[in-house]
Design a protein around this ligand. Structure first.
Ligand SMILES: O=C(O)COP(=O)(O)O
Ligand SMILES: [Mg+2]
Length: 281
């Protein structure tokens, strides 16, 4: 039998390619919602194959987390880094409370928005230079005051026990995301960590989410995203993935404005709400 490598794409429409070059369709193998599902390969050349000869690719239900403002309160260290840059130029620094309107679209946007609110417009060259400086500075100070939000670890424990794969889809650069998740002690929990530079596209492009799910080998039909911003909600909505919002992150407007499927005020509620969404309750 040929060995088949799963590259099951977003929403499970992807093909599965085999060592012998043949392609086949992946079909859902009926599975209970919260147990590990499987996809059964039915290669065109092997359609006659006896069931015992079929290659099964496990596809777990998956929860995809945003990082800044969802898993962790990163505002103090992000704003401290921004303020170091502003102070270097003799510009007024900004309070952490401004994080809600500045964070969410990555470090480049944070710098542009920060300088704009300090009354300075950046040329593209200067912007790029400051971005590089920001990356270096932030890397050295990434977890000084940053903390996981209450209940994150217990919620992940519970989801993992129920058979969920976990992944991160963030607009932070991937290396920073990995460094931070490592310093927070939770990096091992994620089957995929995809930052704004992991693919050629990033949130709100829905492919950032669907490709994260594919990379984690999660089942896109049993996937839920959790995020704190309009960007996360819009991304999930365009990917047709249900989305839960947290109200304690970085957004100007209340998250309800963007019509997520649910809003949870504490991570203790996450496992239950994910279960409700996936069972259509
Ligand atoms: O760093 C940012 O601005 C955004 O990051 P997030 O996508 O994890 O919220
Ligand atoms: Mg966020």
């Amino acid at each position: 039998m040929s060995s088949c490598v799963g590259s099951v794409g977003s929403r499970c429409r992807g093909s599965i390619s085999c060592a012998d070059g043949s392609e086949g369709k992946a079909r859902s193998h009926s599975s209970p919602l919260f147990s590990t599902g499987t996809l059964v390969y039915e290669g065109s050349r092997h359609a006659h194959a006896h069931r015992a000869n079929q290659t099964e690719i496990p596809m777990n239900p998956i929860v995809v987390f945003d990082l800044d403002g969802t898993l962790a309160d990163t505002a103090p260290d992000l704003m401290a880094t921004l303020n170091t840059l502003l102070a270097q130029e003799g510009l007024p620094t900004l309070p952490v409370s401004r994080a809600k309107s500045l964070i969410g679209a990555g470090a480049r946007a944070l710098i542009a928005r920060g300088y704009e609110s300090a009354g300075l417009e950046l040329t593209p060259e200067r912007h790029e230079l400051l971005f590089q400086e920001f990356l270096t500075l932030y890397r050295q100070n990434i977890c000084n005051e940053t903390q996981l939000f209450p209940g994150v670890v217990a919620a992940m424990d519970s989801l993992s026990r129920s058979g969920f794969t976990l992944a991160v889809c963030t607009n932070k650069v991937e290396s920073h995301s990995r460094l931070l998740l490592d310093q927070l002690g939770i990096i091992e929990r994620f089957a995929a960590i995809c930052g704004r530079d992991t693919f050629a596209f990033c949130k709100p492009d829905p492919r950032h989410l669907t490709e994260t799910i594919a990379m984690a080998k999660g089942d896109a039909r049993r996937a839920v995203m959790i995020g704190d911003s309009h960007t996360d909600i819009a991304t999930a909505q365009s990917a047709r993935i249900p989305v839960i919002a947290v109200p304690f992150g970085y957004t100007d407007q209340p998250v309800e404005t963007y019509e997520p499927d649910r809003v949870i005020a504490h991570f203790d509620l996450l496992p239950e709400v994910v279960a409700e969404i996936l069972s259509g309750r």
